[in-house]
Design a protein around this ligand. Sequence first.
Ligand code: ZN
Length: 269
Amino acid sequence: MDRTQLSLNTITVRSLPIDRVIELAESHGLGGIAPWRHQLADAGVEHVAKLARAAGLRVSSLCRGGMFTAPDAGGRAVAVQENRRAIDEAAALGADCLVLVCGPVVGKDVPGSWQMVADGIAAVADEAAAAGVRLAIEPLHPMMAADRSVVSRSEKAIDLHEDTGPGVGVIVDAYHVWWDVTLADAIRRAGSRIAGVHVSDWVSPLTGGLLAGRGMIGDGTIDLTGLVSRCRSAGYSGLVEVEILSDRWWAADPELTLTTLIDRFERCI
Ligand code: ZN
């Protein structure tokens, strides 16, 4: 797939300042970037928005909102407030969506935690729509249910979308959902509700743990070509984000990481 379809998730080259990432994305002819909120806090959201616009880069997503689950109502209200700030930042960036990492299981209660997620999304859905920001539920790998997201299956995430309103979409992140035998059906069913596609690979055994163990495109088990083409057939026409959280690639020269991932993107997807 051509590099103009590639959006660089900036965590992939996290040692570089965001200004430099934007410069490199432009000079390599990429389609866009996907920054994380802590980078905006450092550099200033208006500054990043201006640089990205001037470089002709789309912002495919902002990472991240969510984390709606909490043991008490006060904690859940704080989470809703934080999501309001994230929505404002996504609007200022003109981001295609705000990624929601929904929040871990609390109180040993999986269904109850799902309900907290649904309630949290519903609490901000209207404001997001008014700000022109698409919320996008990202199902995570089930081994992250205890610390990051109770939402782990694409099929169930689509149901959650249906509970929370038509403006809410889903992210298909290959690393999180590739193992699911129902994935092809879920992608078909999600259709135009697919708000983003994230690619990296699953290299076994994982080094760096689940969080920082992602593999370079083409190095692992995932049928990325099939996954992306199924998303395209289902109606997704946005950029494809490369998101590689990896101790191995973080230790490498970030410009080597970038040229490697562009090459793999063009050859393997
Ligand atoms: Zn992702």
